[in-house]
Design a protein around this ligand. Structure first.
Ligand SMILES: NC(=O)c1ccc[n+]([C@@H]2O[C@H](COP(=O)([O-])OP(=O)(O)OC[C@H]3O[C@@H](n4cnc5c(N)ncnc54)[C@H](OP(=O)(O)O)[C@@H]3O)[C@@H](O)[C@H]2O)c1
Length: 238
């Protein structure tokens, strides 16, 4: 990963922060994005001080396409290229279908589906010119399996799988790879606001998720790790 330019969206989240630390230790240059600038500053202040010249932070709400465009422009202006996009931003609303409001549905589709679409579309513009790039979409197992209480969330996540596979088909001739990650429950702040009863001690750690992302990014150039599935032992889907 030495001197690869990686845009991490949702960098202040559980998975985003874990992968940020690993990428920095492997020599990557980082563009760290999320909405809350204070959390971004706190993240950077906890990172290795000798590597901070390799990091920029950008506040960006991915539901706003012009903010996403501006994020990618800043990445190019600072580092001249975008080698990798990691989409680790998102949120969950888990409620029975008849309790979901139109606002809940909009929230799920806006951040998890449309936001990811905008970031892929925008990064791919530069990757196409470079004729190389790697897009990692952290989808989750609810992008391929159903779960009670997750109709709005699954609608968005299944949608991410759909557009990712279409874009991967369109972009493969430009040397752009997609890896789709289907993690089961990961113990992160994602669960802090969710009232559903879950046992977080049995979930995957954010470190496991981050290692899987690094594995995909470290594959030899001709290899495309298309999908990575990791479930907690207590909650297997086949
Ligand atoms: N935790 C799990 O069990 C699990 C399992 C599989 C997949 N996933 C998926 O993996 C991704 C990361 O999850 P996580 O567990 O790391 O969640 P998390 O700890 O809650 O972090 C979410 C991150 O997304 C950012 N974010 C939220 N809305 C945003 C927006 N509109 N624009 C830009 N950034 C935004 C947050 O920062 P700000 O609030 O400051 O913007 C934060 O950095 C999500 O897509 C989630 O659906 C999670």
């Amino acid at each position: 990963m030495q001197d690869k330019v990686v845009v991490v969206i949702g960098a202040t989240g559980g998975i985003g922060a874990a992968v940020t630390q690993k990428l920095l230790s492997k020599g990557a240059k980082l563009v760290l994005a999320a909405r809350d600038s204070q959390k971004l500053n706190a993240l950077v202040s906890g990172l290795d001080a000798s590597e901070k010249h390799k990091i920029i932070t950008v506040t960006c709400d991915i539901t706003n396409p012009s903010q996403v465009e501006s994020l990618m422009e800043k990445a190019i202006a600072n580092f001249g290229k975008i080698d990798v996009l990691i989409n680790a931003a998102g949120a969950g609303i888990l409620k029975q279908y008849n309790h979901l409001t139109p606002e809940d549905l909009d929230a799920m589709l806006n951040v998890n589906l449309k936001g990811s679409f905008y970031t892929c579309q925008s990064a791919a513009k530069y990757m196409k010119e470079q004729k190389s790039g790697h897009i990692c979409n952290i989808i989750g197992i609810l992008g391929k399996h159903s779960m009670a209480m997750a109709s709005a969330y699954c609608a968005a996540k299944f949608g991410v799988v759909g557009f990712s596979k279409c874009m991967a088909d369109e972009l493969k001739r430009f040397g752009i790879k997609f890896t789709l990650f289907y993690f089961g429950g990961v113990d992160t702040p994602f669960w802090d606001t969710i009232s559903l009863k879950v046992d977080r001690t049995k979930m995957l750690s954010a470190q496991t998720a981050a290692e899987a992302i690094l594995f995909a990014l470290s594959a030899e150039p001709q290899a495309v790790p298309m999908e990575i599935n990791i479930q907690p032992e207590s909650h297997l889907f086949f």
